[in-house]
Every structure is written in structure tokens, then in C-alpha cells.
Design a protein around this ligand. Structure first.
Ligand SMILES: C[C@H](OP(=O)(O)O)C(=O)O
Ligand SMILES: [Mg+2]
Length: 348
């Protein structure tokens, strides 16, 4: 009797390691010691059965970590859910980045979060002890302003966003904007139908805006009736990563309401689109095949890595879950995954 026994250790998000094995026996008279329908394996079998070996994300281990250190010069880090989240810094993230800098690796911060400016992120990195220079940080507020400057935009931006993030970045490139701050419900339908809009507005830009309102959606959608009016959005993340019971709506919730009302889709400035990588590649001459994108989202970070030709490591400390990773409908499959960034630190 010949049987092929393949062991696989899988680290679950609760830190419990489980051993699972599959066997292919040419003569099915072999009985495994532990019945395969034992609960220990039920989860594993679903996990293994839902992933074909060709596209299975691999749990990071010593050999894979050493391969990264040998073949990756540049580490691009997503921020929310990897380095920090709503509760503060994520354990081990700072130590891991400092070790990579000690090893001479280039480190960049690539965040979809449009609630803060690039300067704010620089101040935050310094405050937390992360090694960062301003040109190593790209956030979607900065990218949106840089994009409008690159296309030599002329006119005013109707901004659904914060004055101290998108507003600050637009001002820095000399672009005028209107619309920020509270815009509560006023008047009734007969008033709305005759409301005055700013004829100078030639772009609607939607980012994170805690003052999102019915009036703002109405104004944005009305500006967008003009097909020559540009429609940009910073990102489509549905939630901000914050472990706990509360769901914190992300910028994607602001974008979908304007998109639905306007019946138009925006040009997305952030991940998974390649704008942020292109800006870094142009400024620092990056070779994507020697870059690793580390993120917590399959729909943005891991797709971004794939779109830009980079290697990818998913961490389960933020938005993505092991179940989502192993689902046959997963939006993308990273090369590697780990429970948290500092899993890498164990091996380097
Ligand atoms: C979640 C996302 O930020 P990132 O994870 O890209 O830092 C966002 O704030 O919408
Ligand atoms: Mg994230």
C-alpha cells in the first residue's frame, strides 16, 4: 500500500496552531489515527478544500521570511490595520519596521485614509517612533491633489472631505475648493430645485467627511450632471479597522452615496489603483518585483500589490479574516499571510 501523506500546520487567528493532513492512499484500507471527521480537522478540510494548491496563500515561516529578506529591498506598509488601528499602535509593528530599517530596507507608508494630510501622517509617525520622512509617506489626500496638479486642473473643486486633510493638500498645490464643513438640511424640495451652485466647480472630489449630508450628496450629484465635471474619490474602503463591536464606516460609504445619486463612477486615487505606487516608483526608482506590499485588506492592499506587480503579505490584524482569505470568493490571493506583522520579526 502506498499513501501520500501531506501535513500542513496552520496558525489560526486565535494563536492556536492546528495540524491538518490530507492523504491519498492507493489502497483505501488505511485508517488515520484520528478520524478525519474529528472537529479538529473539519475547519482545516474546509480550508484546504476551498483553496486549490496553485493559489493558496502561504503562512509565513522561517524559509519564506529569509527569502523576503534576501529578495526584497522595499517594504510598502499599509497603515490602518497593519501599523495601527482605532485603538492605537499594533503590537510589534514598530519593532518590525525598525529591524527592517536596520537591515537597510527601504520603507514606505501607503494609506488610503483620506481623513489626514501627509504632514499629519509624518507627525504621527514621529510621535509613535516610526522612522519616516515626508517623501516616504503617500496618503490619498496628497495623491488626489498631486493628480489634479499633474493634469493641470483649472477651476474649483466641490470637496466632500475635511479642510485639514484634502483641503490642506489642495491649497498646497493652489487649487480652490468649496463645500467643506457641516451642510445640514435646509428648505424643502421647491427650494432645492432652485438652489444656486458655483459655476466655477469643475471637479467633485469625495473623501472621508464626517459631515456627509443629504445636501452634500444632492450638490455633488447635481455638479456631476455636467459630463465635463471631473469625479474623483480617494478610496472605497467600507470600514475603518477597529477591533470591537462598533462598525466604523469608511470613505467608501460616502463615495457610494454620491455615485448612486449621480449615476457616475469616480476615478479612484487610492489602492487598489496604481497611482500611489507610480508616484513612489517615479520618485525612488522602485523595482516592483523587489517590493513587498504589507496590508490588511484583500480588496485594496492585496489587489494593489497584484496591480503593481509587487509581492504581497496579508496580515490578519485589521480588516481581513482567515475565513475571507480562504473563501473561494476571496477578491485576491496574497503570496503570504501572517496573524500580525511581528510574525515576520520572529525570523529576521
Ligand atoms: C482603511 C483605510 O486606510 P489604510 O488601511 O489604507 O491605511 C482607510 O482609512 O480607509
Ligand atoms: Mg489597512
Amino acid at each position: 500500500m502506498v499513501s501520500l501523506l501531506r501535513f500542513q500546520t496552520t496558525l489560526l487567528t486565535n494563536g492556536r496552531a492546528t495540524l491538518s493532513f490530507t492523504f491519498k492512499s492507493t489502497i483505501l484500507n488505511w485508517k488515520p489515527l484520528i478520524p478525519l471527521n474529528h472537529s479538529l480537522f473539519r475547519f482545516e478540510r474546509k480550508q484546504l478544500s476551498s483553496l486549490s494548491s496553485s493559489n493558496m496563500a502561504q503562512l509565513i515561516n522561517e524559509a519564506k521570511a529569509k527569502d523576503l529578506i534576501e529578495n526584497v529591498d522595499t517594504f510598502l506598509f499599509d497603515c490602518d490595520g497593519v501599523l495601527w488601528d482605532g485603538h492605537g499602535m499594533i503590537e510589534g509593528s514598530l519593532e518590525t519596521l525598525l529591524k527592517l530599517k536596520e537591515l537597510g530596507k527601504k520603507v514606505f507608508y501607503v494609506t488610503n485614509n483620506s481623513s489626514k494630510s501627509r504632514q499629519h501622517y509624518l507627525d504621527r509617525c514621529k510621535q509613535l517612533g516610526f522612522p519616516a520622512e515626508k517623501e516616504e509617506i503617500v496618503c490619498t489626500a496628497y495623491i488626489a491633489a498631486a493628480y489634479l496638479k499633474k493634469i493641470q486642473f483649472e477651476g474649483t473643486v466641490y470637496l466632500i472631505g475635511k479642510p485639514d486633510s484634502l483641503g490642506e493638500e489642495l491649497s498646497q498645490v493652489g487649487i480652490k475648493y468649496v463645500g467643506t464643513g457641516p451642510d445640514p438640511l435646509q428648505g424643502k424640495l421647491k427650494d432645492w430645485l432652485v438652489m444656486e451652485l458655483d459655476p466655477e466647480v469643475k471637479c467633485v472630489l469625495v473623501g472621508f467627511d464626517p459631515h456627509i449630508s443629504y445636501m452634500k450628496i444632492m450638490k455633488a450629484a447635481t455638479y456631476l450632471k455636467n459630463p465635463n465635471c471631473l469625479y474623483l474619490a480617494t478610496n472605497e474602503d467600507a470600514n475603518l479597522p477597529a477591533k470591537g463591536d462598533v462598525i466604523v464606516p469608511g470613505t467608501g460609504c460616502m463615495v457610494v452615496t454620491v455615485t448612486h445619486a449621480a449615476k457616475r463612477s469616480p476615478e479612484i486615487m487610492g489602492k487598489p489603483e496604481a497611482h500611489m505606487f507610480e508616484v513612489l516608483q517615479q520618485a525612488h526608482g522602485l523595482d516592483p518585483s523587489r517590493c513587498l506590499m504589507v496590508g490588511d485588506s484583500l480588496t485594496t492592499d492585496m489587489k494593489f500589490a497584484k496591480n503593481c506587480g509587487m509581492r504581497s503579505l496579508l496580515v490578519l490584524s485589521g480588516i481581513a479574516t482567515l475565513e475571507e482569505l480562504n473563501s473561494k470568493d476571496a477578491p485576491s490571493t496574497p503570496e503570504l499571510y501572517a496573524p500580525r506583522l511581528d510574525e515576520l520579526l520572529k525570523y529576521i
